[in-house]
Design a protein around this ligand. Sequence first.
Ligand code: ME8
Length: 520
Amino acid sequence: MTEPFYITTAINYPNGRPHIGHAYEAIAADTIARFQRQAGRDVRFQTGTDEHGLKMTQAARDRGIETRALADEMSGYFKEMAAALNISHDRFIRTTDTDHYAASQAIWQAMADAGDLYLDRYEGWYSVRDEAFYDEKELVDGEGGKRSPQGTPVVWTAEETWFFRLSKYQQPLLDHYAANLDFIRPESRRNEVVRFVEGGLNDLSVSRTSFDWGVPVPGSPGHVMYVWVDALTNYITGLGYPDLTGDFARFWPANLHMIGKDIVRFHAVYWPAFLMSAKLALPKSVFGHGFVLARDGAKMGKSAGNAADPLALAEAYGVDALRYFLLRDISFGQDGSYSPEAIVMRANADLANSFGNLAQRTLSQIFKNCDAHLPAIHGHTEADGALFDLVDKTVRDIMPRAFEELALSQATEAWIQGVFACNAYIDEQAPWALKKTDPERMETVLATLYICIAQLAVAIAPVIPASAAKLLDAMGIDPALRTPAAIGSHWYSPLAEGGHRLDQPVALFPRLDMPTEVAA
Ligand code: ME8
């Protein structure tokens, strides 16, 4: 039986339209999901929207509409974004889905049964924008008074609420971090979390009585769950919890929760504590990626008001150009900046001028000079062997290792080096000049390139799925061969005997014009 692999993104607040940061996370997670599928794993991939809480209620009030209407409208845009960016999720969950109420109430009940919930009075600071409670000692002085460590405004709240005995889990959490070094990645985030937990954990207020837009607390009229309790539960709702058989048995614990650095505390402290309390297994890994920053360095977010529309970018430059740019130019785990010019520069340099041009030159020569059929290899030279070895190492060793480690920019960097090597080879071998003098050698050179291009297209498919598929279609390569293992390499490749029929080569990546107007 194939090995299961469960990957999730954070679920997005649909209090506004999606921005480039949401697109970034979806694209990164999708790339990993596609890589894992190619590697033969049985992948389950979930994304969605996080629809309860005060932030949503206030956004709806500001627009003078019902919260549910806001959630319905905006959640639709997130779904559209996923479709437009070619995100291959198995479920788009909304926390207003009925099965999600049942799952949230079940995990609540399990925490209550463990003796971890008690009623008391909460008094303290709350940030609506972060949907987070903060200790007095964490606050900083800012514009207009006290602010959260994230710089968002805080309000004093006092109400009767249910508390979760988070303090009880301080040592079990620290033990878990120590025994599972991959539980929080990258290491810098892990260190932050460990320091925070070592500093002591207060019990957590987990219900609200001042509004009703949330999952009702079982047996406690007037209380709705704190939005993060139900939000985190989405990851198991999607597997059928509280039914512990079926998808839950197969896919839980998750292999990877892919989230942004601002919400690591919720995923690496609260979530594992809730799961321990409910006697459920903990996810294997939480990865806190960096932020995509606007060119001026400002944080791009809905609330910051300068959100770049990912759909407009995809429309203007192409989905795969956007996907490739985000994963190649931003070192995964760190913050990175984005600009329309940078997307155009990267797409032109790597995709149009290097890979697209390589494929176009090779395939059009096969089309014209070999009667549109892949020629066979007739013995090889040292140069052919060197190229095969380099491409092989790239697609069968360096890239998979980088994808496994979530070093996404290293994977794309290695790939483009492979492309450069092919371009150097074609220039050196000059197959066009061999047509008259040594047609057999011409065939070997073109076949060598064909195999290398096929390998490189398969290897980059998780990042640029639509373009890779288009190229492989045009090359006449069977979908069953589109994994690094199946495509093989060298003269051992199923392609080495030749014979595949090619379509008339098409331009894969149009050369993009520099933007005159900034889309951000
Ligand atoms: O935090 N660059 O929702 P959200 C990169 N509902 N990533 C960014 C980003 C940026 N500029 N801005 C936001 C929430 N993100 C909660 C999550 S999960 C059970 C609940 C990331 O819409 C952010 O870090 O504010 C998070 O991972 C995701 O986008 C959704 O953010």
